[in-house]
Design a protein around this ligand. Sequence first.
Ligand code: IDP
Ligand code: MG
Length: 200
Amino acid sequence: MLRRRLFHTLTHFCPRIQQTETSLLSGFPCPLQHGHRSAWHGTKSDVPDVRERTLIAVKPDGVQRRLVGQIIQRFEQRGFKLVGLKMLKASEDLLSEHYCELRTKPFYHSLLSYMTSGPVVAMVWEGHNVVQTSRIMVGHTNPAEAQTGTVRGDFSTHVSRNVVHASDSLEGAQREIQLWFQANDLLDWDCCDQTSTSDV
Ligand code: IDP
Ligand code: MG
């Protein structure tokens, strides 16, 4: 009942939401392809639009330092769309998959212990060129080399506590999103200002 009332309020301000009534009312998104690109049908024509997705995660130091809101704000302000969000204590199994390419690095075990030291906020963001743009927004792996204005450049000083993760490629994003999220954790929704942030 409450959900239906909320739905009618939302459709009053954003009529395009009506298209997703069934999925909103059932509490789950339209079926979504997992991965870095998801096909979704635009409202202006029947030509499917292709959207890019990436995994952004606020690491335990970022959560402890209450930086989650500021990090989310940067992605919202840039014009990206949040399509998945969860807070969790990541398991060693998940992290060993996530960081499988770093298994031989000398810092690997301390990285896993840092990443399991507290909650992580994992998110999937969608939008034009989001993988590359979010890497630029996050900044250099080593905060000492990160530009001011980037998340790491503004909020951190040491490579072992660099606040945030961002997928580094389209393929990496696809792999990581599948690792951290189930298909029905991700919500396909129409942003009222979508035509103000891109031409579709
Ligand atoms: P990225 O996070 O910018 O993609 P990667 O090279 O993929 O950087 O490394 C993953 C994470 O491993 C980094 O974000 C950082 O937390 C950690 N890390 C990388 N290099 C070092 C290091 O030299 N010492 C300690 N931790 C490191
Ligand atoms: Mg990386």
